[in-house]
Design a protein. Structure first.
Length: 191
């Protein structure tokens, strides 16, 4: 099972990157492709720039990495109640090539913050925009006070209710992907 995971953040110290990686590696027999949005940095999207220069190759490269996935794990950083600029820019460029950026992949949406809010505002925004972005959301989990629940140095969970909710949501994602695989196999064997 190929899982594409990434943080909707471009911070080298991203707690959401740690969370996305942790959750993706919980999927049984997962082959994890951990994307770094810094590898898809592009000029700020503008329609004028698009007319003048077309799509930067990174936009297509991002879509290709998503296309190769059986499922997605995205963990959202919250900047002023919304998406980070880094995430929004990649998605805006990519959406001009293919509006359903997430290509109907089963998607676990996570969000973490160091404070009490757990980046819940951006997570709600992500969930609300999921249908138009082509993400089939299998679950959402907000992790407040990230550093109480995870050890950033090791990338491992410490404990607590948010960790249990992440594990439960990963089980739902895994079961969804396994079920889809079985249905495909069943159709194949019956012609
Ligand atoms: C410009 C900026 C705005 C922020 N706004 C919020 C916010 O609205 N809500 C929140 O919970 N945290 C906010 N934070 C703190 C982030 O939750 C924190 O930096 C977190 O580590 C971001 O996730 P990341 O480490 O994955 O990049 C903000 C941080 C920055 C740099």
């Amino acid at each position: 099972m190929k899982i594409v995971a990434f943080a909707a953040s471009n911070s080298s110290q991203s707690i959401n990157r740690a969370l996305a990686s942790y959750a993706a590696h919980l999927v049984p027999e997962a082959e994890v492709d951990l994307l770094d949005l810094n590898d898809f940095e592009m000029p700020i999207f503008s329609e004028d720039r698009e007319r003048e220069s077309g799509q930067p190759p990174a936009a297509g490269a991002f879509l290709a990495r998503i296309a190769a996935a059986d499922a997605l794990v995205i963990s959202y950083a919250e900047h002023n109640g919304s998406f980070s600029v880094a995430y929004k820019n990649v998605v805006d460029w990519a959406s001009r090539i293919s509006r359903k950026v997430f290509q109907q992949k089963p998607t676990l949406m996570l969000a973490a913050s160091p404070g009490a809010g757990g980046a819940a505002s951006v997570l709600a925004l992500a969930e609300r925009s999921a249908p138009s972005m082509g993400a089939e959301v299998t679950g959402t989990v907000s992790v407040p006070r990230f550093h109480d629940h995870f050890d950033l140095a090791s990338g491992q969970a410490v404990d607590g209710e948010p960790v249990r909710r992440v594990k439960a949501a990963v089980e739902v994602l895994s079961a969804t992907v396994a079920g889809a695989g079985q249905r495909r196999a069943g159709r194949g064997s019956h012609g």
